[in-house]
Design a binder for this molecule. Structure first.
Ligand code: NAP
Length: 488
């Protein structure tokens, strides 16, 4: 076996977070790093989700790096444009020579005697002082445990692993799930199936809140102005940022504030669907905001189309050629699209990271759920920095804002470690507990807890370990500088 490669930093993952870390480390002169990426190119979730209709429901001017501007053609971007943006930024950053593709991390173990991480991959071992985990929270598809699913003879695939080789023309297709991915897939499938005589079954377990998405192409003049007028793009981005941030009090303090947005969602149903029975079926039974609020102008018309059926009976099993619901109805199907989300509260990467005491992150979190200090560092895991870690998520604005805040914190931590000549840093248990106690106290009053829904934000203990319960501006402020006093 070849000897390990020694670097200062290993970054796991090359989505928006891993790439941001690589670029900013390089800016600071921390050039001795490797980015280990399991796939063959950059992009993370935007590389993997190629389903029909895949797009971002956060405006592109906001859903992009603050330091890498782009001439977006429209207000909301489809997946190919976002993936192309990530690829362009990566190529122009001059960091790609330190990316190892097709190199999945099998294990990362803290070696106390060497004060370094040992990171194992099928392509060899890297040792590093610092480990930046940017493996993403929407990475591992969650497939429901439906009896008979493995006996299905047709095509079956998860929304994040779309099989583009399957010809959908004239087929009977079933979509399981009505979350953020499904509501983008369903209109595209309905439209494609209509002229070919195909049929779409939508299996809805709980109806989501869906507000209109005011998508539009920018005019040539607007694009020119955004490119040329000094400060305009920044001003526009700032305006978008605060208009999205305005949702936070409704989610975290007083759900009644969301009444106008809730009314907008109800009008969206009325506008898209005329049948009162179907309207009733798709009207959410939980508070606005309890699950991620979705955006679409085309979802409800697609549900109302002649070639679509919305099924709310629970699925009891799947047979060789059909989906069977609890009322005994059997609906034949050729293609089964499983749009049932991701492992979010049991991050798969956590099984593969072993800290100071020989326990993995997953073991550490098993009894009480995921918890980190500032969503970034974890006691017992020296020199480990997680991007998009526990309680850093949010559904109302751009995740890239959170990522950039965490990377700023990482940079300041590295500066501190260098300046102070420290070997390793890890947060104290006390600081971590204090952080999480305050966060969970706040969480009790949010609509995600009180709103009457069971969402993927909640773990097996019923704790919300996914979302950040304050404004993202507040998050940025709290991570603005590395707070040595919270560290050992
Ligand atoms: P999701 O939001 O978790 O939705 C999963 C759907 O599958 C839900 O409707 C869920 O029903 C249903 N489901 C799960 N297990 C089921 C079962 N056993 N039987 C029947 N139905 C089942 O997953 P997603 O749509 O893939 O989205 C995940 C996240 O990705 C989003 O919340 C968002 O953060 C991100 N995303 C973002 C965008 C964007 O535009 N920015 C687009 C796509 C995805 P219940 O609601 O009843 O649990």
């Amino acid at each position: 076996m070849s000897s390990p490669h020694a670097v200062d930093h290993v970054i796991i993952g090359s989505g928006f977070a891993g790439l941001c870390a690589a670029i900013k480390l390089q800016e600071d002169g921390e050039t001795d790093f490797v980015v280990l990426e399991k796939a063959g190119e950059v992009g993370g979730t935007w590389r993997d989700n190629t389903y029909p209709g895949a797009a971002c429901d956060v405006p592109s001017q906001l859903y992009s790096y603050s330091f890498a501007e782009h001439d977006w053609p429209s207000s909301y971007s489809p997946q190919p444009d976002i993936q192309a943006y990530i690829q362009r930024v990566a190529a122009e950053s001059g960091t790609l020579d330190r990316f190892a593709f097709d190199t999945p991390v099998t294990d990362a173990v803290w070696d106390a005697s060497a004060q370094r991480w040992s990171v194992h991959t099928p392509a060899g071992v890297w040792t590093a002082r610092f480990l930046v985990v940017a493996a993403g929270a929407l990475e591992e598809p969650k497939v429901p445990d439906l009896p008979g699913l493995d006996t299905f003879q047709g095509h079956v695939f998860h929304s994040a692993r779309w099989d583009h080789d399957v010809d959908l023309a004239g087929k009977r297709i079933a979509v399981i799930g009505t979350g953020a991915s499904a509501i983008q897939i369903i209109p595209e499938l309905q439209k494609a199936l209509q002229p070919t005589g195909g049929h779409l079954d939508v299996y809805q377990r709980s109806a989501p809140w869906v507000i209109p998405r005011n998508d539009r192409a920018y005019s040539r003049l607007e694009r020119l102005a955004l490119r040329r007028v000094p400060g305009l793009r920044r001003l526009y981005r700032t305006g978008l940022y605060w208009s999205h941030e305005a949702y936070v009090p409704a989610f975290t303090l007083q759900p009644k504030i969301a009444a106008p947005a809730r009314a907008l969602a109800l009008r969206n149903i009325e506008k898209g669907i005329s049948d009162p029975v179907l309207r009733d079926k798709v009207t959410p039974r939980f508070a606005f905001g309890c699950k991620r609020v979705l955006r679409s102008n085309t979802y409800y018309p697609a549900l109302a189309a002649d070639n679509t059926e919305v099924i709310t009976e629970r699925i009891s099993k799947v047979t060789g050629n059909a989906v069977v619901t609890e009322d005994g109805t059997e609906r034949e199907v050729d293609v089964l699209v499983v749009a049932t989300g991701f492992h979010t509260t049991d991050l798969p990467i956590a099984e593969h990271i072993t800290g100071r005491s020989g326990r993995t992150l997953a073991d550490t979190w098993r009894s009480a759920g995921m918890a980190a200090y500032k969503g970034t560092t974890v006691p017992g895991f020296p020199n480990l920095f997680m991007l998009v870690g526990p309680n850093t998520g949010q559904g109302h604005t751009s995740m890239i804002f959170i990522i950039e805040s965490q990377v700023a914190y990482l940079r300041d931590a590295l500066r501190t470690v260098r300046r102070r000549g420290l070997d390793a840093v890890e947060p104290t248990q006390e600081a971590t507990d204090r952080w999480n106690r305050s966060l969970q106290r706040r969480m009790r009053h949010t609509v995600w807890t009180t709103g009457g829904c069971d969402s993927w934000y909640l773990d097996d203990h019923g704790r919300n370990t996914v979302l950040w319960p304050r404004t993202t501006a507040d998050f940025r402020r709290r991570l603005a500088s590395f707070d040595e006093e919270a560290y050992a």
